[in-house]
Design a protein around this ligand. Structure first.
Ligand code: ADP
Ligand code: MG
Length: 384
């Protein structure tokens, strides 16, 4: 089976012996920017067959030796998107299956990883004319709900949060930092806004407004680089009204994550990881690299607790969840070091196995749903 983007969908549904799956890893190459061209940049990345990536040069002799030792300069992923790939194609190949699974009560996450300027926010949020994965996923979710609205009752809630400097903030209602708590569904941010969404139209402006609330920091002159991680959670609840005493209650959660710029933060060997740790670079990204290493090496103890980001991603990385990573890269030889680093981590993430992903579904006595119905009505009233 081939999707429009030329992606092998059988690979996407591949299952491991344990009934789990592995993390699916995609790479998106963005077009050369005007600024890069004006700075005399050459393209140094080649995408072949929508799968393979070749680096046609190396940043320094040292990088060459390091990469030759690590993996070489050829990489293969579940799909690699050339710079002509549309937002819709990226969405269809990476996330559409996860949206379908969420409606069946399964959890999923998609995260964008890469250096600042590589195209993460463009891929996740996009622009008004070219909306990205976050908006297309919600649009698709509502379309799918409309198709099956006759057999039950769907409610969609959105939360949008940020992790910056080990502080969690609500992007839909900025204010005091939120505290993370563990409950039976996993780690949750206490007091986080759950916005009841009724249609796609309101979502783009809501998300853009949320994005304005993200913490950005000037790194170089005339440039702002984001050291914050943004996480959009889409929660779809489904209630099937059946004959008999019980009704089916199903909840699926989709997390869409725009990570902070990975430059300098993720070192490819443990010694550098340790030396960076004291430098307060980005604890969450360092912790993410330690977790990926521990997961790939099959360690018993995975150090999720080392950062806020890894606590929030615990379920996505090692839990029962469909997980997709999109690595964003620039074609420019001036960003080659960063591109090599990104591809190294993307390559490693391919080896992470996730556990089987059961549906979050339960049978609830009718009387309990009456209570929920009242709650839903009240929330609707609040919204209006
Ligand atoms: P990041 O979030 O990784 O720092 P951005 O998503 O902000 O990077 O992208 C940097 C710039 O490149 C933005 O101006 C964005 O519009 C542009 N850009 C990124 N990816 C694409 C793409 N696939 N097609 C067209 N423009 C892109
Ligand atoms: Mg960004």
């Amino acid at each position: 089976r081939e999707s429009k983007a030329g992606v092998d969908l059988d690979a996407i549904s591949e299952k491991t012996e344990t009934g789990g799956s592995r993390i699916l890893v995609f790479v998106r190459l963005r077009p050369m920017a005007k600024k890069e061209r004006e700075a005399g940049a050459r393209s140094c990345v080649r995408v072949v067959n929508r799968r393979d990536i070749y680096l046609t040069e190396f940043a320094t002799e040292n990088d060459y030796l390091r990469l030759k030792r690590v993996r070489g300069r050829h990489f293969a992923f579940d799909a690699s998107f050339p710079d002509s790939t549309s937002q819709q194609e990226v969405y269809t190949a990476t996330t559409a299956n996860l949206v379908e699974a969420v409606l069946q009560g399964r959890n999923g996450s998609v995260f964008c990883y890469g250096a600042t300027g590589a195209g993460k926010t463009y891929t996740m949020l996009g622009t008004v004319d070219n909306p990205g994965v976050m908006v297309l996923a919600i649009k698709d979710l509502f379309a799918k709900i409309r198709q099956r609205s006759c057999d039950g009752n769907h409610v969609v809630h959105l939360s949008y949060l940020e992790v910056y400097n080990e502080t969690v903030r609500d992007l839909l209602s900025p204010g005091r930092p939120l505290v993370l708590r563990e409950d039976k569904q996993g780690i949750v941010a206490a007091g986080l806004t759950q916005y009841r969404a009724y249609s796609t139209d309101e979502v783009m402006s809501l998300l853009q407004q949320g994005n304005q609330n993200r913490t950005t920091e000037p790194t170089r002159v005339n440039e702002t680089s984001s050291r914050s991680h943004a996480i959009l959670q889409v929660i779809a609840e489904y209630r099937v009204v059946k004959e008999g005493p019980n009704v089916i209650h199903r909840v699926g959660k989709l997390s869409l994550i725009d990570l902070a710029g990975s430059e300098r933060a993720l070192a490819t060997d443990q010694r550098t990881v340790r030396s960076l740790e004291g430098a307060n670079i980005n604890r969450s990204l360092l912790a993410l690299s330690s977790c990926i290493n521990a997961l790939v090496e099959g360690k018993k103890h995975i150090p999720y607790r080392n950062s806020k980001l890894t606590q929030l991603l615990k379920d996505s990385l090692g839990g029962s969840c469909n997980t997709v990573m999109i690595a964003n890269i620039s074609p420019s030889n001036l960003s080659l070091g960063e591109t090599q680093n990104t591809l190294h981590w993307a390559d490693r993430a391919k080896e992470i196995r996730t556990k089987a992903c059961p549906a979050n579904e339960e049978q609830v006595p009718e009387s309990e749903t009456d209570k929920t119905k009242v709650l839903i009505e009240l929330q609707k009233e609040n919204h209006e």
